[in-house]
Design a protein around this ligand. Structure first.
Ligand code: BGC
Length: 330
């Protein structure tokens, strides 16, 4: 049985997560005298042991794909565990999503509640060089904002890319077809048949992936049968003032605004969800039952010189933040 922790604020929002992978297993928004759970996934944290899909988890040491599961630092080649053909996806077979995180209560001024999660990744774990100390803060305030702050330091030069892999569904069930998506990006990174970027930063001007104005996902999915699984290049809003992605469900007046310090966001509409997977009510899942919005560095950045650097030097501190701001009608 995994230990589960909960944060809540006085407006009635609550966020719960498991020590296993730091997985966010529910975010409940008030609705009348009850609530709606906007995280698509399993009801019980133990189900994630078998029904994984990285749902809600902290992904690392390198979230997303690394071509041929290798990269070099200063001429020295490192071989990683390959878990998607020859490539590595989301940190390998036993990436951070599978690890047990040590969870501590954190007192943060201005927050209704906070926890700090710790994990020590060993030298050469999944092939990555250098011990890495990671701490992740989950914090909820009274303004209906939930923050994830990633910090890490390394003993040797290494690479890093951390994100959270929540699947959202603002309807609390069914698909995301009635949701609108807006992404403040005017470029994306096209990829090959193995989903490895070609290296190009392609303009979204007059492109079907231009989400700068909100698009109804149902309309998009009618034209794009496998949906979205793309990395968008974000404007750098390091101060977190402006949202980079807005997901909304007008039928119930709910939305999430996501701000981040990260240079990209992978958007994945869960095409591979299937009837063998159960949702929180125990019903079979289907493609497009949720949407993962994963602020992060670009896929395969360690092997593409003009992508933002993923290198972390000893003595440096890796710091990235995601802010989720919830809007809802009671
Ligand atoms: C990736 C998908 C992958 C999924 C697994 C996403 O972040 O972009 O390609 O299938 O994770 O849950």
């Amino acid at each position: 049985m995994q230990k589960v922790f909960e944060l809540s604020n006085k407006n009635g929002i609550s966020v719960s997560f498991s020590e296993l992978g730091g997985r966010i297993i529910s975010i409940k928004l008030p609705q009348g005298n009850s609530f709606v759970d906007i995280i698509a996934g399993a009801a019980d944290s133990d189900v994630y042991l078998t029904q994984d899909e990285y749902a809600g988890a902290i992904c690392g040491r390198y979230a997303n794909r690394i071509a041929n599961a290798k990269f070099d630092i200063d001429g020295k080649m490192y071989e990683l565990s390959a878990n998607e053909g020859n490539n590595q996806l989301h940190g390998g077979l036993d990436g951070f999503h599978k690890q047990k995180w040590r969870v501590e209560d954190a007192q943060l001024e201005g927050f209704a509640g906070a926890y700090e999660l710790h994990y020590l990744s060993k030298d050469l774990e999944e092939g990555y060089p250098g011990e890495l100390w990671i701490s992740v803060i989950y914090a909820l305030n009274e303004f209906d904002e939930f923050f994830i702050q990633f910090s890490a330091t390394a003993a040797k030069t290494t690479i890093i890319n951390l994100t959270n892999h929540c699947y959202f569904n603002l309807a609390g069930g069914g698909t995301i077809r009635d949701h609108y998506l807006q992404i403040l990006a005017d470029k994306f990174t096209p990829f090959n048949h193995l989903k490895i970027p070609t290296g190009e930063l392609m303009s979204l001007e007059k492109h079907p992936l231009d989400f700068r104005n909100p698009l109804l996902l149902g309309d998009f999915l009618d034209k794009n049968k496998t949906g979205l699984d793309h990395n968008f290049v974000l404007h750098a809003f390091d101060d977190l003032i402006f949202p980079s992605v807005i997901l909304s469900y007008p039928a119930k007046g709910r939305s999430i605004e996501i701000s981040t310090t990260q240079p990209g966001v992978q958007i994945y509409t869960a095409y591979h969800f299937h009837a063998g997977m159960r949702d929180k009510a125990g019903n079979p899942m289907q493609p497009f039952s949720g949407i993962a919005i994963e602020p992060q560095n670009f896929p395969n950045a360690p092997n593409i010189a003009h992508f933002p650097s993923a290198v972390l030097l000893p003595g440096q501190s890796y710091q990235q933040t995601i802010r989720y701001s919830f809007k809802y009608k009671r």
